[in-house]
Design a protein around this ligand. Structure first.
Ligand code: PMP
Length: 361
């Protein structure tokens, strides 16, 4: 069978070139005589892999030297707890902005650790927008402010970061990391599950300003202590070795084949533009997220008719456009078009959508 156009929200499609390199190196990585899956994480070969992965990420994202890069496990979900364990260490207050499912999940978790407050929310309109946040909405003694930068389920994105003054901004960037340039110095901490723009699941990346760590709660598991992980190059135990290796290949692809994040943004802007323009001009399909907050990574839309949405997904699947069914919170469709989705893939989807529209109106 040929490869399909995979619009999964995550784990998502990976660059074909990366998969081909991984396949070639599967049984014998770099003349080591073994697969990356089989080698000791303490071996010099593997140390080379994790060191290159970090240095590539630093280069691509232009991460300042006073930020630590950690390669952890447990997904973004474990960081919903990791963040307060490490950063809720002053007033034990933290302010959360709720813009969708995952920011709400992060908020539910933080309630176990201290005084968390919802500073703003877009729940009143089923998270179709990003609320306006002004400094007076943030408690001046909060230890940090938490946002989910791209809302995977609802298809919205923070177009401009909230002004949190001196209070560190913590961002869940799971579904937008590496999609465009980002000024890391504006954040106290960034975290992201790898399975959308970085590689397979199993790896979670944390990028944290070094003055914020080293003050974790006493009961924090060693694994979850950012300072201990930073001091041990994310190797206090066995890391997600193979996922890190694939992330290294993805980062090489981003730098060498794409040409970095500025180019990635251009490509992603083109991709999202083609799809949104078509939806906006169609009589059948309607965009779910408000135009000014729409995500470049997750495009949510529907026909306004549940049966027709179901038919669309079924026929799309048959035609090789898979995983277009929306999340149960929004229904309808969602095309996740992360970095590895090609412009050709988007054009092919639009052709399919046109044909479906013709046949069903
Ligand atoms: N945050 C966002 C923005 C996500 O999209 C997801 C997963 N899709 C999560 C958090 C949860 O991530 P994980 O499954 O890695 O725990």
């Amino acid at each position: 069978m040929n490869r399909v156009y995979n619009f999964s929200a995550g784990p998502a499609c990976l660059p074909l070139k990366v998969l081909e390199i991984a396949a070639k190196e599967m049984t014998n990585y770099n003349n080591s005589g073994m697969s990356v899956m089989e080698m000791s994480h303490r071996s010099s070969v593997y140390e080379g892999i994790i060191a290159e992965t970090e240095s590539l990420l630093r280069e691509i994202m232009n991460i300042p030297s006073n930020y630590k890069v950690l390669f952890l496990q447990g997904g973004a979900t474990l960081q919903f707890a990791g963040v307060p364990m490490n950063l809720m260490n002053g007033s034990k207050k933290a302010d959360y902005i709720i813009t969708g499912l995952f920011s709400k999940n992060a908020y539910d978790e933080v309630l176990k650790y201290g005084d968390a407050k919802i500073a703003a929310s877009s729940k009143d309109d089923n998270f179709s927008y990003i609320p306006e946040v002004t400094p007076d909405m943030i408690r001046p003694d909060a230890d940090y402010v938490h946002i989910c930068e791209n809302n995977t389920v609802f298809g919205t994105k923070w177009q401009k970061l909230p002004d949190t003054g001196n209070i560190p901004l913590v961002s869940d960037m799971s579904s937008c990391i590496l999609s465009e340039p980002c000024d890391v110095s504006k954040y106290g901490l960034i975290y992201a599950g790898a399975q959308k723009n970085m590689g397979p699941s199993g790896l979670t990346v944390v990028i944290v300003r070094d003055d914020l760590i080293g003050k974790s709660r006493t009961e924090t598991p060693k694994f979850m202590d950012y300072k201990i992980q930073a001091d041990n190059d994310s190797m206090i135990n066995t890391p997600a070795c193979y996922s890190i290796y694939i992330a290294m290949l993805v980062f090489r692809w981003l730098r060498d084949d794409i040409g970095g994040l500025e180019n990635m943004r251009k490509i992603n802007t083109e991709k999202a533009g083609i799809l949104y323009d078509f939806i906006d001009n169609s009589k059948l399909y309607k965009s779910v997220a408000r135009k000014e907050f729409r995500s470049m990574m997750n495009v949510t839309y529907n026909t306004g008719n549940k049966d027709l949405d179901d038919k669309f997904c079924k026929e799309a699947d048959k035609a090789g456009f898979v995983n277009l069914k929306g999340h149960r919170a929004t229904l309808g469709m969602r095309a996740s078009i992360y970095n590895a989705m090609t412009v050709d893939g988007i054009k092919a989807l639009v052709e399919f959508m046109k044909k479906f529209e013709k046949e069903n109106t």
